[in-house]
Design a protein around this ligand. Structure first.
Ligand SMILES: [Fe+2]
Length: 373
């Protein structure tokens, strides 16, 4: 259709009318009068012909006779209103059939004019219907513009908020010389694994976002426990693990559910043996299973206050050993391929001047005296 009839550029374009009536005399009469008033007119003598013209031409308004041979005006009206919602329709009906006119209005007709036609009345009816149509189009366009604007601003606010959270993560990491650059390296590795596993563009974006924000919940962790040298007690380990849940709650208002779940479950063990774990195996979101491997790899290959970093080979062997228990075997297999291909997260991209070669967490389990927080 021709929704642009409301903007300035199209003001010069004549409005288009389709006169549908089986009586040639009436069509000609209306055509002559309305053409003189500057409208561009088409004529059809059946409903079928009217539909043909509508499918090929942008029509602003249809004058539709109720009684037509074959398909009647009442029958074709819903088809026109559904197929061409921006086209106004005025029904032509005889005065004695007011109930028909009312029925047409209920079915979406914009107005009706009575036969025999009074040309001034027709002219006025057409003008009124076109003006109403023009206002409706303007309103529609305004609403569309408004929705787009709101959507853009929501995106901007979300981006700003996410940026602030991300900065907070980096600041927290930079404050501790053992955690600088951790989230970025984890994101790099997680994306390499996601790519190896054939994740879609949207899934990769979620993975990137969740990886960068996964440790934001550490803001709620007692710093003395977080930096403790040596084995953690069960209670201390449990306390540190609240960061997954807290982190999920922090980012919940600004990220989608997939990212929230990824953060919530990033310390789940594949075999279900993790702290307060409620799902296991394939029920753990894939992104969380990927993040778990990437996170552990960075933890193991980073220095600790109480131990030196493992080599890549040692870390890879440890992750391989834990396939099926701590980690998803499919993700581990992708990880081993990635490592074999020589992919390594860059370790010299620390932000805010933080030291970029360490991590405050240690991978392992309580029995082994180690931890993965
Ligand atoms: Fe974590």
């Amino acid at each position: 259709m021709k929704p642009d009839s409301v903007n300035e550029e199209s003001i010069q374009v004549p409005e288009t009318l389709l006169i549908v009536d089986d009586e040639a005399g009436i069509r000609r009469l209306l055509d002559r009068r309305l053409s003189r008033e500057g409208y561009q007119c088409w004529e059809a003598n059946t409903a079928e012909q009217a539909l043909e013209i509508l499918s090929a031409t942008a029509i602003d308004l249809v004058i539709l006779d109720v009684k037509l041979p074959g398909k009647s005006g009442i029958e074709v009206l819903p088809e026109i209103k559904t197929g061409y919602p921006d086209t106004a329709v005025i029904m032509g009906t005889v005065l004695s059939e007011m109930s028909v006119a009312v029925q047409c209005l209920k079915q979406g007709a914009d107005d009706y004019i009575c036969k025999p036609f009074d040309l001034d009345e027709v002219s006025l009816g057409v003008r009124r219907a076109l003006e109403r149509r023009s206002l409706q189009l303007q309103l529609k366009e305004y609403q569309h513009h408004l929705e787009k604007k709101v959507e853009e601003q929501t995106c901007d606010i979300r981006r700003l908020f996410l940026g602030a959270i991300e900065s907070l993560v980096f600041a927290l990491e930079a404050k501790d010389k053992y955690t600088g650059g951790h989230s970025r390296r984890v994101a790099d590795m997680a994306l390499a694994l996601g790519s190896e596993l054939g994740l879609s563009g949207d899934e990769m974006e979620d993975l990137r976002c969740g990886s960068l924000l996964h440790d934001i919940g550490k803001i709620a962790v007692d710093q003395r426990i977080h930096s403790k040298i040596g084995r953690l007690t069960h209670d201390e380990y449990e306390h540190i693990m609240i960061h997954a849940h807290v982190g999920a709650r922090i980012v919940e208002p600004v990220v989608n559910d997939r990212v929230v779940e990824m953060i919530e479950h990033h310390h789940d063990h594949y075999d279900g043996s993790g702290i307060s774990q409620v799902v296991r195996g394939g029920d753990i979101p894939l992104a969380a299973r990927i993040l778990a491997v990437a996170d552990a790899f960075d933890a193991m290959t980073s220095d600790r206050p109480y131990r030196s970093a493992m080599s890549v080979k040692e870390a890879a062997n440890e992750i391989k050993r834990c396939a099926g228990t701590h980690f998803d075997p499919v993700v581990v297999s992708a990880f081993l391929k990635t490592i074999t291909a020589g992919v390594r997260p860059t370790r010299n991209r620390s932000v805010l001047g933080g030291v970029d070669d360490s991590h405050a967490c240690e991978y392992g389990d309580l029995n082994g005296g180690a931890r993965n927080d």
